[in-house]
Design a protein around this ligand. Sequence first.
Ligand SMILES: [Ca+2]
Length: 327
Amino acid sequence: MICAICLLLIKSVHGTHTEYEDLGFYPQKEHSLMRPYQGTGMTIPNWDIIGHTIVSSNFIRITPDQQSRHGGLWNKVPITFPYWEVHLEFKITGHGKDLFGDGMAFWYVKHPMQPGNVFGSADFFWGLGIFLDTYANQNGAHAHTHPYISAMVNNATMAYDHDRDGTHTELAGCEAKLRTAEHDTYIAIRYYNDTLTVMTDVDGSGEWTDCFISNGVYLPTGLYLGITAATGDLSDNHDIISIKTYRLETPIHLMDKLDQRAMIIPHALGSAHPRDHIDDDHSASGRMSWLRFFFYLFLTIIVLVIAGVIGLLIYQKRQEVSRKRFY
Ligand SMILES: [Ca+2]
């Protein structure tokens, strides 16, 4: 039974952000992270860190502003509810004026704590990745400029193409001037009713701005939240200040189907199909063999028609000869 209060218009206040949503927002402590980060020991309750990540009293530095660093901050507890919203306060800064990188990623994936080459985490992931890509690897080849935020939904079959900034597999994206020390910067990731919405507040306004809304996004329950970042030849400080996770009201029609949500294979109806050169060659050679087949068929018909005409002429000639002989 849905409690009456859950159906009320709920006002949610997130730091400086004030939102009115026709949704229930239920803060989830075990999926959130706020100062002071550390409990009684050196560990962070419910969170693990890997790589070059360090914890200070004011922020968690996923990578320092040094070359060839990678790090990660991973939630230890899987998300068990279908719909959620995460508000991430982050800061990307560094000594570089024009050249800096590589960026940061937000994850909702099956396998946490796996270092790799996608902003510090493993490729061929199972779930959702949101990339805050500060460096244009393929500069001039995109219709957008960097920093650029993009989303990718993967069922462990696709590779993130770093050299092309992931444009071949991206679900949606937006430009965002998210690299600044001037003011606080935030990103909100909402997954509700199989729709993925990403919003930013990177201009110090305290208001959310839509980055993109993508319908038809299917993500299972039981995956893990994480943040990773990486530097290469170029570098930046990639810092996390806070993570606030909310459970969103589960729609009534899903109440008796919650077990099935865990079985979903991650996919998105709006995803760009990965461009596979081998498949392209196959389809080209497929077209060629069809063309060849029709060419030979046409040639065979011509030959048969000519043979038929010649046969008919020979037959008529013989008939004529035999008639002459008869008379
Ligand atoms: Ca890039």
